[in-house]
Design a binder for this molecule. Sequence first.
Ligand SMILES: Cc1cc2nc3c(=O)[nH]c(=O)nc-3n(C[C@H](O)[C@H](O)[C@H](O)COP(=O)(O)OP(=O)(O)OC[C@H]3O[C@@H](n4cnc5c(N)ncnc54)[C@H](O)[C@@H]3O)c2cc1C
Length: 448
Amino acid sequence: MEHIVIIGNGIAGVTAARHIRKLSDKRITIISGETPYFFSRTALMYVYMGHMKFEHTQPYENGFWKKNRIDLLQAFVEKVDTDAKVLHLAMGNTISYDKLIIATGSKPNKFGWPGQDLQGVQGLYSKQDLELLEENAPNNKVCKRAVIVGGGLIGIELAEMLRTREIPVTFLVREDSFWNGVLPAGESAMINEHIKEHHIDLKLSTNLETILDDGAGRVKAVTTDQGETIECDLVGLTAGVSPNIDFLEDSAIETGRGVLVNRKLETNIPDVYAIGDCAEQHSGIGNRRPIEAVWYTGRMMGETVAQTICGNPTEYKPGHWFNSAKFLDIEYQTYGWVFGRKGKPEYEAHYHWRHPEEKICVTIAYDKNTEKFLGINTFGMRMRHQMFDRWLTEEKDIDYVIAHLKDANFDPEFYKPYERLILDSYNQTRNKNIKLKSKSLKRIFQLG
Ligand SMILES: Cc1cc2nc3c(=O)[nH]c(=O)nc-3n(C[C@H](O)[C@H](O)[C@H](O)COP(=O)(O)OP(=O)(O)OC[C@H]3O[C@@H](n4cnc5c(N)ncnc54)[C@H](O)[C@@H]3O)c2cc1C
């Protein structure tokens, strides 16, 4: 019986395994070094914050794997020999495969800062990182101040986590406004305000220079390029992630930043595939980046590769870009493309609305030549994915989107509707006279 071996039990590897099982009787083994069972990485923060136990982050009962004839092996793969179709494990033994799926995820970036390997300096990625954080920052007696380096989504999560234990946090952000490579200026400015309101010491346009040793191998302070020395007991390194593929260095598998794959997620070596955070497309699909380190794309790639492996060759087609995250108390959703400072095309214009009192805002991107709707960012309100996905496919214009915003409101019973305010401001700003359409279930669910 054909043996499929998957390295990595994250969302990508596990989805591939589940779908191969649905489609076939093949022998499946998942090897992973981090934990015996799959868990939801995105929920790690809630364990530290006391909202859930680690066991609750595991979406499947432990018996699920045996019942579905998916063998689990907790081990670290050190080397891949694609000629012999054999994996070498750190524990000394080997395991052979007929088809191999590499789904080894990411690792936190380290940029060679002096002192980056001291005790008390860590990333936030794995379960082991979470355990280390419990040791380094159990409370504000042991950790009198934390310094977080890198203003992205994981950095702000770490800041929120530490603040729940009342640990003072200094947040070093290289850019002159939070995440403004991705977020348009108005949104980024609103998040700056929100971070400061949470008593986080946000230092913009500031780079880490050195992490100082207390003489016993532990961090005692950091210095910045602004000439400051900040005493601290924890340094959180959250300056992005990169594919976790060092173990492939001596293999014949072609790599760039990640494992290079074609649209069918095949590598240069027959019977070897790569999916999830560690996979790199030769060129990005549409506006997407060649490496996509997000949860749902890992799941989609897992489903896609399962089809190919089970005899139905399938290309990875992720559809319109979307994503969601949380900046402390503010929920963020994005559909389609709304560019921040980096990569904004010449034809893209933005309509931005911000609530006069609350931390709520919307940016709608459109083509300034054709008025075509390109994408939307929402902060502090929840919108219906399905509607924006459809409007992008149908290439609606921005006036249509504004007029039909009520259709996209996720749940007006629980979330205050802001469509009227957005519409009035839009009409005024752009000198238009668009009328707000009533919500239509018929339109939303495309009935009759
Ligand atoms: C704190 C945090 C919050 C996040 N929040 C969000 C969010 O809100 N939304 C979102 O879309 N994304 C979020 N992400 C990103 C998301 O979690 C990842 O995109 C996703 O988990 C990647 O899945 P994966 O299956 O590709 O890899 P991973 O989940 O990284 O799984 C890979 C596994 O392979 C193991 N492995 C690696 N190398 C080897 C080896 N040589 N031998 C054996 N095992 C190996 C690793 O230890 C790991 O267990 C977050 C990430 C973090 C760290």
